[in-house]
Design a protein. Structure first.
Length: 346
């Protein structure tokens, strides 16, 4: 049996690197005496690609289904397609990410810093604690910056509802971004390889891949850019009571509350409500429910990442794209099956 185990100091998260990270990850496996190689496939999931990790050791050849992505967020761990036979290859897997991979049913991982967790018949590789060298941060692509996320959201949501990409002026009005920002987002999506938009009317290609990338970026930024506040109410003491109450027109349900209203078999423990740029609706709800701030309150109010809804809401719930992101932010493996079945998160 080929067995290797090493523990070093606590690792740190590294910055984005090019696809060279796969070669460096394989190189580290070679330093252990194992012959490793990567064979890519044509499947692409936004910023992740699928392939096969081949490892030869002690005269045996082991094949692992694999997904490779230089950066992996908490949302990616749950959202990228995987099972117990799938391993992740990435820039670096810190201890918290390793636990998330285990909790969400991945088969292991290899990273470019030299960490690995692989299991097969006659093969055990367990290396933790290695650090990647510090690197200068790289500017995020325009569609997934703080300013670009609302634009990409409006584009995806409007396209899903109306079947066409809105004009740049319409995207600016919906997202609240400047025309310059909208132009940079559209240009970046057109210049992607392969492109996300094409043609005179910016026809959207590979919508599911773009949705995955948007969810990954939004869930990484939401806590700091669109932070929520929690409240208790002397009027609504349970989530079900609030779900039965009339809400202001600009209030949209998210997360578990939206999933329940859309028919998912889930009993919400809290109620998340998104509010757009009109502060009057938020004040109206606070007065209506006699809300008081509380760190453990069951009512969660979050500023929306849009100025004007890009599409008419259904049953006063946020669009499915945002509900999927909300559920991933809960970081609860128990809702993975519900999210996959009801929100096409496979």
């Amino acid at each position: 049996m080929f067995k290797y185990s090493e523990h070093m100091s606590k690792s740190e998260h590294s910055a984005y690197r090019t696809p060279e990270f796969v070669e460096r990850a394989i190189s580290h496996l070679g330093e252990l005496g194992a012959h490793a190689e990567w064979k890519s496939s044509s499947e692409e999931y936004g910023h992740a690609v699928s392939g096969t990790l081949l490892i030869g050791a002690d005269g045996k050849r082991h094949e692992f289904q694999a997904l490779a992505s230089a950066t992996v967020t908490k949302a990616d761990v749950a959202m990228l397609p995987h099972d117990r036979k799938t391993v992740l290859i990435t820039e670096q897997v810190v201890p918290t990410r390793a636990r998330q991979l285990e909790d969400h049913g991945w088969g292991g991982y290899v990273d470019a810093a030299g960490n690995a967790s692989l299991r097969a018949d006659g093969l055990i590789i367990e290396i933790t604690g290695k650090r990647s060298p510090d690197k200068a941060p790289v500017v995020t692509a325009a569609p997934f910056t703080r300013a670009g996320i609302p634009v990409t959201y409006s584009l995806l949501t409007a396209n899903d509802h109306f079947g066409v990409t809105p004009s740049q002026r319409a995207l600016a009005a919906s997202s609240g971004a400047s025309l310059g920002t909208v132009n940079r987002v559209v240009r970046a999506l057109r210049e992607r390889t392969p492109p996300m938009l094409q043609g005179k009317h910016n026809q959207l290609l590979r919508a599911s891949a773009l949705e995955r990338e948007w969810i990954s970026a939004y869930t990484a930024m939401q806590p700091s850019i669109w932070p929520e506040e929690r409240f208790t109410s002397t009027v609504w003491r349970t989530p079900s009571e609030l779900l039965e109450a009339p809400l202001p027109p600009n209030a949209l349900l998210g997360s578990e509350a939206a999933a329940a209203r859309l028919g998912a078999p889930i009993r919400p423990a809290s109620v998340l409500i998104h509010f757009d740029g009109d502060a009057r609706a938020r004040r109206e709800l606070i007065q209506q429910g006699r809300l008081r701030r509380a760190d453990d309150g069951m009512i969660r109010l979050r500023p929306a990442c849009w100025k004007v809804p890009p599409a008419p809401p259904f049953n006063q719930t946020a669009p499915r794209l945002l509900v999927r992101a909300d559920l991933l932010l809960e970081d609860d493996p128990r809702i993975d099956e519900i999210r996959s079945e009801y929100f096409e998160d496979t």
